[in-house]
Design a protein around this ligand. Structure first.
Ligand SMILES: Nc1ncnc2c1ncn2[C@@H]1O[C@H](COP(=O)(O)OP(=O)(O)OP(=O)(O)O)[C@@H](O)[C@H]1O
Length: 761
């Protein structure tokens, strides 16, 4: 690890503690770790074993502060805490967790202090924990408070992985606030388990969803610290470089260093083929994708090419991935990875094959306008332009239907009302006219580009395979790097492909990507969440040649959103079922957070003009607040339409509040509140989210409501998409969500978010 042969690691909880120390101590700690790595036994460090303990040592950081270290092996040290020398040193406890096999450290003094700082226990006789008790002042009769975890035995809590030394103090907890005090300093799994039980999950569910994913698969030897430190459950820095990074990068950089054990396992696993990671918003899917890319690059032999592709579905997100990858691994990593927006990648493939293709590429809304223009010209009013566009993209292009006869037989799963042979003949003819029209205008849609790119890449793969077969017949050579008939080098474009936001890629994208990498271990790694699907591209990966069966996993701890926001956002999804990208169902069971904050607030208004004034007033209220006010770039306003976005921007301007519009390629400008339609917020993150115009008839659109009787299947799909949009918007928030509406609230607010309106509107 370094020239002195000394390994110095940092436990994630100690890292949190160090961040809270005075700046001068942090500086001293920096020098300390440098000296320690050079020679731990330098006199100035005063390294000494704590009395009566075989593993715990202390060393001098400065005159006042001491680092506490666990000696894992001769020259392998783990920093578990940095404390003032006057602090109590005999209430610390450490060990190997029997369930996870990870090293845990608990300072009972710190935990108890943190609990005592919270509100005192309200006298309450209500059963805990599903309903958190009301504030003490509201409770009329003093009755002994019931401990929160009275319903579970010590054995049960230990079986769930709770840290044993904390059991006595857990038994004293009677309020949610005290529980949060404990969670702040308890080992990660203890916090997750207790909060899940408190939030009403059953013992079996917590065992299954929280504990099992991080449980050790082999027997755990509590004395073997060497083995324990290697397990993902021990969340530590593993290199000097990572330790430096952890100290330098501040709270926002923690994702670069400390992965959750579940995340770490997914990053490092070897998969025998395509793998998929699902999970709710903010669970770190993108973080896992980025670490996975770095892991894959590290396994490759050095070179100057870009054997790894990292892709996602829009330009804005691709730019974000590129900058985060740079943060994670610097230029050296970026040099081995192509980061591309998948539509641009497809366009490049098409242009490469057809250098003369100078067509203008148009998006779906422009395409629907073209359909409308065509139908107007033909005086045709039987068909709705949006229906025809979806039929063309999803059935004809989506399944590569090439002839009218094939279309007569094509499956139209999920496409709503049945259409017979005569109607199909009519639609086919209209589609032909439509493509001719686009050709004539020198335009193409992104679906056409993706389809064309898929065909080109599939053709290329066929040629690679056939040359490989010939070579094999002639004595066997590798099939990655071959010369084709024309004398150019023909090879697979990438060795590994990693896809973020996989739920929104088009079927043709998948065919293209499948053909770009050889079918081998670790070929495709996809992360995405179908609950956040905001386009219409529902796919079954198996039918597109991508077999993820048995290689699908899920993340469920949100690092972004609070428990309160998460609970309300889940209410928006309603009872609808969601797929797993492969034809089976996927749920968000176990989705949780250990972060806590206020409940989303609702703000009803009589009309749109007063709603906009209300938004401006709320932002001004935040600006005037005593606590450090939120920087305006950390506030976002999300509305149903572009027109409404412009109107909100105008109202804010009149009130002296600067704003920035988010377009398809990201925010236009730097300073000010961000405003955009719901589609623009995918993948983004803000401290405060204002979701405005959550009014019946706008969310969902009136046009969707109109489908209820005419086309029930399409209605169901559109409602699901509209719910997902609102779900995505609500889960962008780190700290607060404020919902605004005028007139009747959206039916999606139903029993969850609209309740908040009564309390605070
Ligand atoms: N192990 C970690 N340690 C610290 N922070 C983390 C960790 N994993 C994720 N985060 C943080 O959580 C937030 C959400 O992560 P990320 O964007 O990867 O989630 P996601 O699952 O891709 O979300 P979405 O589906 O909403 O796009 C980010 O701010 C990220 O830095």
């Amino acid at each position: 690890m370094n020239t002195s042969g000394v390994t110095l690691r940092l436990l994630d909880k100690a890292d949190k503690e160090i961040r809270k120390l005075p700046r001068t101590v942090k500086g001293a700690f920096f020098d300390f770790q440098h000296k320690f790595r050079t020679n731990p036994h330098t006199a100035g460090l005063k390294l000494q074993q704590l009395k009566g303990d075989s593993r715990l040592w202390s060393a001098r950081v400065n005159d006042e502060y001491r680092a506490l270290l666990l000696r894992l092996a001769e020259d392998d040290w783990l920093i578990v805490s940095v404390k003032h020398r006057k602090d109590v040193y005999d209430r610390m406890s450490y060990g190997v967790n029997q369930v996870t096999g990870g090293i845990e450290y608990v300072d009972l003094e710190v935990v108890e202090d943190s609990i005592l700082r919270r509100l005192p226990a309200p006298p309450s006789s209500k059963p805990a924990p599903a309903t958190p008790p009301p504030p003490a002042s509201l409770e009329p009769t003093p009755a002994p408070a019931r401990p929160l975890f009275a319903d579970w035995t010590d054995e049960q809590l230990l079986q769930l992985g709770v840290a044993e030394p904390l059991l006595p103090v857990i038994r004293t907890l009677t309020t949610e606030d005290q529980l949060l005090g404990l969670v702040e300093y308890a080992p990660q799994l203890t916090g997750e388990v207790l909060l899940s039980l408190f939030d009403g999950a059953s013992f079996e569910d917590v065992l299954d969803q929280v504990t099992k994913p991080v449980a050790a698969t082999e027997p755990v030897d509590p004395e073997d610290f060497g083995a324990a430190v290697q397990r993902p459950a021990t969340v530590v820095t593993t290199t000097d470089e990572a330790l430096r990074e952890a100290l330098e990068s501040g709270d926002f950089g923690r994702w670069k260093v400390f992965l959750h054990p579940t995340q770490a396992k997914l990053v490092e696993r070897r998969y025998n083929g395509p793998a998929r990671v699902g999970g709710g918003p903010g669970t770190g899917k993108t973080i896992v994708a980025l670490h996975r890319v770095r892991h894959l690059v590290r396994q490759l032999s050095p070179g100057r090419d870009k054997p790894v592709l990292l892709t996602t579905y829009n330009k804005n997100l691709a730019a974000d991935l590129r900058s985060r990858l740079l943060e994670l691994g610097g230029e050296e990593l970026l040099a081995r990875v192509e980061v591309s927006h998948v539509d641009q990648l497809a366009l490049r493939i098409v242009r490469e094959a057809e250098p003369g293709n100078g067509k203008q590429t148009i998006d779906d809304s422009q395409a629907v306008r073209e359909w409308r223009a065509l139908l107007d010209e033909l005086g045709e009013n039987t068909w709705d332009p949006e229906f025809l566009h979806d039929e063309w993209t999803q059935v004809i292009l989506g399944q590569a239907v090439g002839t009218r006869t094939e279309y007569f037989r094509a499956r139209r799963a999920g496409r709503g009302r049945n259409i017979g042979r005569a109607e199909r003949a009519e639609i086919w003819q209209l589609c032909e006219r439509f493509t001719q029209r686009l050709d004539r205008l020198g335009r193409q849609t992104w679906d056409q580009v993706a389809e064309r790119a898929a065909r080109l890449e599939m053709g290329r793969e066929q040629r690679i395979l056939s040359i490989a077969r010939q070579r094999e017949d002639a004595g066997g050579l590798d099939n990655i790097h071959l010369q084709d008939g024309s004398g150019g080098w023909l090879r697979y474009r990438y060795r590994h492909i990693v896809v973020d936001e996989a739920q929104d890629l088009r079927p043709a994208h998948w065919k293209m990507l499948r053909a770009m990498t050889p079918r081998a271990a670790d070929d495709l790694f996809l992360v995405g969440d179908t609950h956040q699907r905001i386009y219409k591209n529902q796919v079954t990966l198996g039918s597109l040649g991508i077999n993820i069966r048995g290689r699908s996993s899920k993340l469920s701890l949100s690092y972004r959103t609070t428990r309160q926001i998460l609970r309300s956002a889940l209410g928006v999804l309603g009872e609808t079922t969601y797929d797993d990208l492969d034809g089976s169902e996927e749920t968000l069971a176990g989705y949780r957070s250990v972060l806590s904050g206020s409940r989303p607030a609702g703000h009803p208004f009589p009309d749109w003009a007063s709603e906009r004034e209300g938004i401006a007033a709320l932002i001004k209220e935040w600006d005037a607040a005593a606590e450090p006010s939120t920087p305006h770039e950390q506030i976002a306003i999300c509305v149903p339409t572009n027109q409404m976005a412009a109107e909100v921007g105008y109202t804010l301007k009149l009130q002296g509040i600067h704003s920035v519009e988010i377009r398809s390629d990201g925010p236009h400008g730097t300073d000010g509140v961000h405003i955009g339609t719901m589609f623009r917020f995918k993948g983004l993150e803000y401290q405060r989210m204002i979701i405005a115009g959550v009014t019946d008839g706008l969310v969902p659109r009136e046009a969707v409501n109109a489908l209820r009787d005419t086309d029930p299947v399409r209605y169901r799909h559109e409602i699901q998409r509209a719910r997902s949009l609102l779900f995505v918007a609500a889960t962008r928030a780190r700290d607060t969500v404020d919902l605004f509406w005028h007139g009747k609230p959206s039916p999606f607010l139903g029993s969850s978010l609209a309740d908040a309106g009564e309390s605070s509107g």
